[in-house]
Design a protein around this ligand. Structure first.
Ligand SMILES: *Cc1c(COP(=O)(O)O)cnc(C)c1O
Length: 438
């Protein structure tokens, strides 16, 4: 069989259109994609409009205002991360984690235990965010079995939440905005409480509602799963940390395992290294920015209490073990990324990005067609009063030299922490342009 020679951008894009799925796209009516030829600093190099150029130096540079979906917090071609990756590749790219171990995984676990709240002492290294949530759910269920409560098999989740695309994750995503309708027959039936109110809202009334739901289902609930402080892909909803205090109390009262999904919010994005530093969960999921956007890696951390109760379940072991668990390349680059995060002073960076986004986006509040503008840490959200025309909005931002990826009625940005003030101003201009036409 002879394969087409893909030596020109146009051929590449034609093959892509015919054969490659992109996230949430159709094979028969694919949405347009653009060819990236390289990246450096906070910029991606896009091939020109015809997709012909494939040289990184002749591409069109655009600021990545999405950090490749929350992950590239230091930008691209980061010398420290490139070096860590090359160094580890020179030793060992991968080795199975069953029966074997290695210093990149051990040192990363040591670091994660030291930078997360003290009760979180035990680490499962998963190969993606969704897998870490699946593992967290398994931990909660096995923990209940170990405590002699095998009937506790359901989870409480919040409306507006997003926790990943695999089946366990889908079951705890928002049941309306998510994929529940199509998969209703195959998804685990979970219990949902209302979306928490926006900051300044009525936490007490919300808390009463959650207490009522939990009281009705406590006998069958294993745990609570929630994205603390900011619900991401379910709608970019911001809420008060007091709601987390309420969930902690409810979990303690009813013996539920409290899971914080900080896959998006973790590692400084919302202004705290982890929201979990304010309210401690029983299980914490970390992903996305963990390797600075270089490789796929996630972690689920838990307490000794949960770990020990899992060991008392009938299997005696935690029933999970992916092929690429604890991948040495990913662990090595994660360690380098955490070093860099600390060395650069992420707090100042995130505060600076936050101020830049506030300066540029807050003035949009109240403009025609704009329903809300919210800034939290290094995240800026412009909510329209209508669904975004993604193609028009994306084009408008690209004309300003910025890459964004709107969804639903949201045009939003979470730039790399290293984005300069001048580039932040460009991002805000692009978001405004997108909001106007999108
Ligand atoms: C992205 C995300 C996930 C899923 O992570 P993947 O690496 O895409 O599997 C889960 N939870 C939250 C909050 C996320 O933002």
């Amino acid at each position: 069989m002879s394969l087409p020679t893909l030596d020109r951008g146009t051929d590449l894009l034609a093959f892509d259109r015919e054969h490659l799925w992109h996230p949430y796209t159709s094979m028969t009516d694919p949405a347009p994609v653009r060819l990236v030829t390289g990246a450096e600093g906070v910029r991606l190099w896009l091939a020109d409009r015809d997709g012909v150029s494939t040289s990184p130096t002749s591409g069109v540079p655009v600021i990545d205002a999405m950090s490749s979906w929350w992950s590239a917090i230091h930008g691209y071609r980061v010398p420290e991360l490139d070096a860590a990756l090359a160094d580890q590749a020179g030793r060992m790219a991968h080795v199975m984690f069953g029966g074997l171990t290695h210093s990149p995984a051990i040192e990363l676990a040591e670091r994660l235990v030291s930078i997360t709240p003290e009760p979180l002492q035990h680490v499962f290294l998963a190969d993606s965010g969704s897998v870490s949530v699946e593992v967290a759910i398994k931990m909660a269920l096995q923990s209940q079995r170990g405590r002699g409560r095998p009937e506790r098999t359901r989870l409480l989740s919040l409306r507006g939440g997003y926790h990943g695309d695999t089946f366990g994750c889908m079951s705890v995503c928002d049941p309306v905005g998510g994929m529940h309708t199509m998969f209703a027959d195959v998804l685990a039936q979970q219990v949902f409480a209302d979306r928490p109110p926006a900051p300044g809202g009525d936490v007490e009334t919300w808390a009463e509602g959650v207490r009522r739901v939990v009281a009705a289902h406590a006998h069958e609930l294993a745990g609570i799963v929630v994205e603390p402080r900011l619900q991401g892909a379910g709608g970019m909803w911001v809420y008060d940390d007091r709601c987390l205090v309420v969930l902690r109390e409810i979990a303690d009262e009813h013996g539920l395992v409290l899971i914080f999904d900080e896959i998006a919010t973790g590692l400084g994005r919302t202004g705290s290294l982890f929201v979990s530093s304010q309210v401690t969960p029983d299980i914490l999921c970390i992903g996305k920015a963990l390797t600075g956007g270089y490789l796929t890696l996630a972690a689920a951390l838990t307490t000794s209490e949960v770990a020990h109760s899992i060991s008392r379940s009938e299997s005696g072991v935690l029933m999970h073990g992916p092929t690429f668990m604890g991948n040495p390349l990913a662990c090595a680059v994660a360690l380098a990324s955490l070093d860099l995060l600390a060395a650069r002073g992420w707090e100042q960076d995130v505060a600076r990005v936050s101020a830049g986004l506030a300066a540029g986006l807050a003035p949009l509040a109240g403009a025609p067609g704009i329903e809300d503008v919210r800034i939290l840490g290094a995240v800026g959200v412009v909510q329209l009063d209508r669904p975004v025309d993604v193609v028009r909005a994306t084009d408008a931002a690209l004309r300003e030299g910025v890459w964004i990826r709107p969804f639903r009625n949201l045009i939003y940005t979470m730039p790399p922490y290293v984005t300069s003030d001048a580039d932040l101003a460009l991002i805000c201009r692009a978001v405004a342009a997108a909001a106007e036409v999108g």
